[in-house]
Design a binder for this molecule. Structure first.
Ligand SMILES: Cc1cc2nc3c(=O)[nH]c(=O)nc-3n(C[C@H](O)[C@H](O)[C@H](O)COP(=O)(O)O)c2cc1C
Length: 187
């Protein structure tokens, strides 16, 4: 079967078999309507943005390390960001990718190009249970950042309290599995 919709999945945990990977894989396995391109932030080693301002003047980036990423990003209607919470924010390699999205921000606001509208799903894991306030702040931060480049954060899948959780798909809480099964039906 040929899938027509494209998705870009950014994975931001250093652990290939950790909790973020558990939720990410469970979700992606069920997201059968999409052709998915996966990017592992810890393996890709993208350079951080240095605010050289080239993207304010032309539709380009000073660094060529994300050249293959750009067409995939542009052709994707769905963006998935999977991240553990590190000090109430993203792990550094994922934050580096997010800052490199500045070229799309500049494309919209300085070059006045229309960006393709996209939907996003956030997968978030965190060690502590009593984190709701910080998760909300983190989500708000991502919502505003994505909105600025015409991406709507439609769903968040959150796995809390991983400090107290055993690994393995059998230990993934029912509510998380249900959330995922509902989201893949409507997205
Ligand atoms: C550097 C670092 C910072 C962290 N900061 C937080 C935090 O602010 N709040 C929290 O609940 N857990 C925090 N954690 C715990 C991770 O979010 C949690 O263990 C996560 O589920 C790990 O996902 P993984 O198994 O994919 O690596 C932190 C862990 C590390 C290594």
């Amino acid at each position: 079967m040929i899938n027509h919709k494209q998705a870009l999945a950014l994975f931001g945990s250093p652990h290939k078999n950790g909790f973020t990977a558990l939720v990410y894989n469970y979700f992606l396995e069920r997201l059968t309507k999409y052709d998915i391109k996966k990017i592992n932030a810890f393996e890709s080693n993208f350079r951080p943005c240095v605010d050289c301002k080239i993207c304010k003047k032309s539709n380009s980036c000073a660094f060529d390390d994300m050249n293959q990423f750009d067409p995939v990003f542009r052709s994707s209607s769905l963006l998935i960001i999977a991240s553990p919470l590190y000090n109430f924010s993203f792990p550094a390699p994922l934050k580096a990718i997010i800052d490199r999205f500045q070229r799309y921000y500049c494309e919209k606001y300085y070059l006045k190009n229309e960006l393709q509208k996209k939907t996003a799903v956030l997968i978030l894991t965190c060690g502590r249970e009593n984190n709701d306030k910080w998760i909300e702040i983190f989500k708000n931060q991502i919502t505003v950042f994505l909105k600025s480049i015409d991406i709507n954060l439609a769903h968040t899948i959150c796995l809390k309290s991983t400090d107290n959780l055993k690994s393995g798909v059998d230990n993934l809480p029912q509510n998380v599995k249900m959330d995922i099964n509902n989201i893949v039906k409507i997205i």
